[in-house]
Design a protein around this ligand. Structure first.
Ligand SMILES: Nc1nc2c(ncn2[C@@H]2O[C@H](COP(=O)(O)OP(=O)(O)OP(=O)(O)O)[C@@H](O)[C@H]2O)c(=O)[nH]1
Ligand SMILES: [Zn+2]
Length: 359
């Protein structure tokens, strides 16, 4: 019987404490998800589990389903006598979610309990400040701490200029530079990684996420682009765990969902703290920053303190989030299953959501 130190997998007193509420059940972390089947790591090692019928039945559009990174309570400590059953999900400290296709409110949880998310953007043709703003919005919404990683520094002729541009949009997030081509080219991200801390990488395809993860793992576990091209079997040909321990300490989550993360939820207030701060000085509380007198935002654009494109992308994202209104965190916390029990309650939720975005 193995004896696993779950702290290495990110177990903290806060989760242990919550687990004591469920006497007779066993705590474990989700390391892989394959449709309805989950792979978990528990005190006795890895085992397979499925979701309890009751949990599945009450799950509202996926927000109540476990995802990679979740801490869960199961009915057995291993699967030696059959697949275990997941009975509860412990309260998430962060989560990445997306709207399930074709539905208005159903949310699919992509990954949970990530401490730090590295937003990767390459310093070549991929470089796009507007996209960076969108990723920051998603990251702030998740409650994971964002760190911007500018990759492929070896392909950049004017690093200082790029850094200056990024610093104008990177409100509240650190920025580091990496180069996958150079030995130790990932050293600047190391201070953000430590034992028991869970990290993840997001960013466009091809920016070098797998390359960075392989560096951290110290081996070519993930197929990077040239390897994939060779064998023609498509991405991620090497079957790999979706939650992995790093040899130097820490846990990396890399699921297909994280890689394809759509930019549909976001916390504008976090990603656009500069605009929110300016707006606090507008003469009118509900200033739309279009033609109202005493608008501090427009004034900042006139004086050049705020780039006009930044306000434009703020407005665009605001519109996109708009009526959808509810961010993933609200969905999680308020449990839509109960919220949409009655129309009156739903209206109240919409009102709250609208007020939230007005602030
Ligand atoms: N010049 C240069 N190339 C790099 C660097 N990092 C990665 N690459 C190359 O960029 C390509 C894509 O890298 P990947 O690590 O597969 O990118 P990814 O972000 O994991 O891509 P997806 O798996 O599609 O999401 C590969 O050919 C890498 O060798 C870098 O710092 N400099
Ligand atoms: Zn204004």
């Amino acid at each position: 019987m193995e004896n696993i130190n779950l702290e290495l997998y990110g177990l903290t007193p806060r989760f242990s404490q919550e687990a004591t509420l469920y006497e007779g059940l066993f705590i474990a972390r989700v390391t892989e998800q394959h449709r309805d089947l989950y792979k978990l790591i528990g005190e006795r090692g890895e085992y397979n589990a499925a979701v309890a019928g009751k949990l599945a039945y009450s799950a509202a559009g996926g927000a109540d389903f476990p995802a990679v990174g979740d801490w869960v309570m199961t009915d057995r400590a291993d699967d030696s006598a059959g697949t275990a059953v997941i009975r509860h999900i412990l309260t998430r400290k962060s989560l990445f979610a997306r709207k399930a296709a074709g539905t208005a409110v159903a949310t699919q949880i992509i990954a949970a309990n990530i401490d730090t998310v590295f937003i990767c953007m390459a310093l070549n043709a991929d470089f796009n400040l507007r996209r960076l703003e969108r990723y920051l919005t998603v990251a702030f919404d998740s409650m994971a701490a964002p760190v911007i990683v500018l990759t492929k520094a070896d392909l950049c002729g004017d690093l200082a200029a790029r850094l200056a541009e990024v610093s104008a949009v990177a409100v509240g997030a650190d920025t580091v530079v990496s180069s996958g081509k150079e030995d130790g080219g990932h050293r600047d991200i190391l201070p953000y990684i430590g034992a028991g801390k869970t990290i993840a990488f997001i960013g466009s395809s091809g920016v070098g996420k797998s390359t960075l993860i392989n560096r951290l793992l110290g081996k070519e576990l993930l197929a990077t682009r040239e390897i994939r091209a060779d064998d023609g079997r498509g991405r991620h040909t090497t079957t790999h765990r979706q939650l992995l321990l790093l040899p130097g300490g820490g846990i990396v989550i890399d699921t297909p969902g994280m890689r394809e993360l759509q930019l549909d939820h976001g916390d504008l207030a976090g990603a656009f703290a500069d605009i929110e701060a300016l707006a606090a000085n507008c003469k009118y509380n509900d200033c739309s920053h279009t033609q109202e007198p005493g608008c501090a935002v427009r004034k900042a654009i006139e004086t050049g303190a705020l780039p006009a494109e930044r306000l434009a992308s703020y407005e665009k994202l605001q519109k996109e989030i708009g009526y959808e209104g509810l961010n993933s965190r609200q969905l999680e916390q308020e449990k839509i299953r109960r919220m949409f029990g009655g129309l009156g309650e739903m209206k109240q939720v919409m009102r709250n959501a609208k007020n939230k975005h007005k602030r």
